[in-house]
Every structure is written in C-alpha cells, then in structure tokens.
Design a protein around this ligand. Structure first.
Ligand code: ZN
Ligand code: ZN
Length: 342
C-alpha cells in the first residue's frame, strides 16, 4: 500500500468505496472510510459501527466520528492526497476540497491490489464456486421442463442461501430458447419447453467473495444446428482456458476466442470474453476488445464465450479460473459436456 502511494507520488490516500474499505480492513458495515498515509492507517466510522469495527478492523486505528465525517477525514489527509474519483460524488469532493485543497484523482489504486488474490481469497472463491456447482448438480437431477424460468431462478436463490451463501452474487439468469439469445436475459413467467437450450448463469457470495458461472442445458434432443453450435462454443471455451496464463494480453485472448467461433460458426459474441471476480462480481482485469494489460498470477477471471442467435437460442459456457504462472486452475467443477435434463 505504501509502495503504491510512492509510485503515484501521493502523501496520503482516502478510500471511501465500501468494497475497497472491506478489502483493506475487513469491515462489513455500511458506513466507513480509510485514510492511509506513509506512516499511519485510520479507519473512520460512526457510533453505530465502532463496536463492529473494533472486532473486524485490526491493522487500522479506529476513529469514531460524529456528524462531520468529511471534516474528520480532511483533518487526517496530509500533503498530496489521493481520492477515488470513480466513487466520490462531485458534491462530496467539493466539500472535501474546501477543507483539504491538495486532492488528486487516484482511482483504481485499491482495485489494482484487489485484482491479485491472496491464498485466503482464493479459498473463499473456491468455496463460493463449489456452491454454484451444487446448484447445477441439483438442477440436473430435478429437471427443468415445465418449470417457469422465474421459478427456477427463485429456486436457485433459495438453494444457494440454504447452502450457506451470504446471498447470490447477482440475480440468476434462467433463459430458455429465444430468451437465451439475450446475454443479460431476465427470467420470464413462461414454462421451459422440451427440446430447447436453457442458459443458466448464477453465482453465490460467500464471506464476501463471489462466484460466477454459466452452463447451458438441453431439455431433450436438439436440432443439429444447435448441437453443433454448442460444440463450437465448447471448443472456443476450451481454447480460451488453455491460453490463460500469466503474461498473456487481455485483448489477445479475447480476440483469439472470437476467431475460433467465427471460423467454426460464422458468428461470435458481442460482450467481452471475461472479467475479474472477487469481492465484486465484475472487477479488474477485463478480457475484452478494450481490455488493458496482461493477466497476472493470482488474477481470478471468468472465461465465458457465447453464441446468440436472435429469435432462436443462446449458448454460453462460463468458468471461473485462477491464473497461475504457467496456466490456470479452473475453479468451476461442473461438466461442460452438453447435459440433457428433463
Ligand atoms: Zn455469469
Ligand atoms: Zn460473468
């Protein structure tokens, strides 16, 4: 942290985004901020949370603040002070600048640290992913035909919570037939028919860490073109996972995967190939046309190519993987072979 301050020529840093605050301190309440200087680390919160902070926050001096959180923050900033421009409103920035004028935008600094996971974080991500695997196993045995997309989505939420998840990482997507052609489909109140494809994208949050996985099931024999498309996406996903390793460019792996799908099926997905996952379900790094930089060991990213045929069907296969020096560990355990359920 201190090294990052030096790298950016900062004397102090205000961290106000609660996810970043949780990452640095472990604090899970809903009001708190950190100020880090070259020699001191303060965690500021109000009276509702001082007890929780004393239990959760160890490496910071806990400061109880009154109504004037901003004034107390400003009093602890020193010299050239960084703030997170992506997470501070113009209004708050204005008030803060009035008290401490030497403010500079320093967005993405904590996110940079968050992108590389520690062993304990990887354990949490493995456990969150195992819960997601359990949901797919249950769907495989319980079946899908005749249930509505919404009912299945609600079942997923209950299942993951019953298995110990804090909550779902995002509202599950259950999208059959033509609804699957929308990458961000909303589950409908219509029964899932036999003989179609069903995209199911789900994740659990456990100890703050998210999982994010997609599997596409068949609900009976499929038209040849759909079965071939599934194999095309399966191959593209395999190629992408094989390419994941420290040092590969985020743009290149996205482009290579698109090229496989274009040559196999003549179409590729519009969304990015993948994204980092951690305390947030979407975080750095991004595997996309606009992706920056290269993967590093300790990054945890999704690999999720898809094919979307408007008015007909969609297919997406998404694994969560942890990048290593020479490859990756695939955290998602559920099979990627086409699974047919009733
Ligand atoms: Zn997903
Ligand atoms: Zn995803």
């Amino acid at each position: 942290m201190v090294a990052l301050l030096e790298e950016r020529s900062l004397d102090s840093l205000l961290v106000s985004d609660l996810v970043n605050v949780r990452y640095l301190t472990g604090f899970t309440g809903t009001n708190g901020a950190c100020v880090v200087t070259g020699s001191e680390r303060f965690f500021l919160t109000d009276t509702r949370y001082t007890e929780l902070a004393r239990r959760q926050v160890s490496d910071f001096t806990v400061v109880e603040v009154g109504q004037e959180l901003l004034r107390d923050i400003a009093a602890r900033l020193v010299g050239r002070a960084g703030f997170d421009d992506a997470h501070l409103s113009v209004r708050t920035h204005g008030k803060l600048a009035a008290a401490h004028p030497d403010l500079v935008a320093a967005g993405g600094l904590v996110e940079e640290l968050r992108a590389v996971k520690e062993p304990g974080e990887l354990d949490a991500l493995r456990a969150a992913t195992a819960l997601a695997d359990g949901a797919y196993e249950s769907l495989r045995s319980d079946g899908l035909v005749g249930r509505t997309e919404r009912e299945v989505a609600r079942w997923i939420v209950r299942f993951l919570e019953d298995q110990g998840a804090d909550e779902v990482s995002f509202p599950p997507i259950v999208a059959a037939a033509d609804n699957g052609a929308l990458p961000h489909a909303v589950p409908r109140d219509v029964p899932i028919p036999a003989g179609t494809l069903v995209v199911i994208d789900l994740g659990a949050r456990l100890d703050g860490y998210c999982s994010d996985c997609t599997r596409t099931f068949a609900t009976g024999p499929l038209p040849d073109s759909q079965a071939e498309s599934y194999e095309g996406v399966r191959d593209a996903q395999r190629v992408a996972v094989d390419e994941v390793r420290a040092g590969i460019s985020c743009k290149e792996i996205d482009a290579d995967t698109r090229a496989v799908l274009e040559s196999r099926l003549g179409i590729a997905f519009e969304h990015g190939l993948g994204h980092g996952v951690g305390l947030d379900v979407h975080e750095a790094p991004r595997l996309a046309r606009t992706g920056e930089g290269s993967l590093e060991a300790g990054n945890t990213v999704t690999v999720e190519p898809g094919v979307y045929v408007a008015g007909e069907f969609g297919i997406r296969i998404e694994d969560l993987v942890a990048v290593t020096e020479d490859g990756c560990e695939i955290l998602t355990g559920f099979t990627k072979e086409l699974v047919t359920v009733d």
